[in-house]
Design a protein around this ligand. Structure first.
Ligand SMILES: C[S@@+](CC[C@H](N)C(=O)[O-])C[C@H]1O[C@@H](n2cnc3c(N)ncnc32)[C@H](O)[C@@H]1O
Length: 245
């Protein structure tokens, strides 16, 4: 099942995003020399691609995302400094040639079939290419999930918060040598209720809101916020470093 949907890119970019720090952590781990072809898988509005090009101006960047709004915003930010492609990460990836490195921030947990995802990524990489990623991992956003369960009777069913051992096994089965797979708690507190609601609506609950009448959406988000035990998005990040065998 595809996880492709439209995202509200301008609301997304106007929020306080812990994603900025997650992106910096990924770049810190990439160990590029500066002349590589790099794929940002689920590039969103191009924030991390821009930061990468600032650090390594000689890199050739390809960004893939499923949301046209996110890509339009990325195009504005990056101009012609990157090739941007609308595609599903679960389909064969339309990269111009096998890439030297893949990065990704806050995208993989939206995709439920990680074996197929890793297979698609591996097929787009040359042997020896690196995979350096961040996404939600086991235990991620439990406070929000508990609130959702209280409001709807069910936890969110669209996220895949994988653990360390299952991720290692899937990477090894799809042609990667694992360097490190790590879960790292990183709670994010948002005191202002209006900002927290916009954060929930834009970053977390979009797929749920898409499925309900527009008139019900704001009330639903308020209910979820009020059901949260505290105004904390209790992130647990899953950080992957691997090499294509
Ligand atoms: C939370 S955003 C993260 C964007 C960006 N990497 C960042 O850190 O700001 C998740 C992104 O993953 C993309 N995405 C989710 N599932 C996808 C899929 N199957 N194929 C391509 N992109 C996908 C969404 O369109 C969205 O832009």
């Amino acid at each position: 099942m595809t996880s492709i949907r439209e995202w509200d890119a301008s609301s997304y970019d106007s929020l306080p995003l812990p994603h900025v720090a997650w992106g910096q952590r990924v770049l810190d781990r990439m160990g590029l020399t500066g002349d590589e072809l790099v794929l940002d898988a689920g590039c969103g509005t191009g924030r991390d691609a821009a930061a990468l090009l600032e650090r390594w101006p000689g890199v050739r960047m390809v960004g893939i995302d499923g949301s046209q709004q996110m890509l339009d915003q990325a195009r504005e930010r990056l101009g012609d400094r990157a090739t941007l492609i609308r595609a599903d990460l679960l389909e064969p990836l339309p990269v111009p040639e096998p890439v030297d490195a893949v990065m990704s921030v806050a995208a993989f947990h939206w995709i439920q079939d990680h074996t197929l995802l890793f297979t698609r990524l591996r097929a787009s990489m040359r042997t020896g290419a690196t995979l350096s990623t961040d996404c939600g991992g086991r235990g991620n956003v439990a406070i929000v999930n508990d609130a959702l369960a209280r409001v709807t009777g069910d936890e969110h069913d669209g996220w895949e918060f994988a653990g360390e051992d299952d991720t290692r096994a899937k990477l090894e089965a799809t042609g990667f040598e694992v360097r490190s797979v790590l879960l790292r708690p990183d709670p994010f507190r948002i005191e202002d209720p209006a900002v927290l609601e916009r954060y929930l609506a834009t970053v977390m609950l979009g797929s749920k809101l898409d499925a309900m009448p527009e008139a019900d959406r704001a009330g639903f988000v308020t209910e979820v916020r009020l059901a949260m035990a505290e105004p904390v998005v209790d992130y647990v990040r899953l950080e992957i470093d691997a090499v294509a065998r």
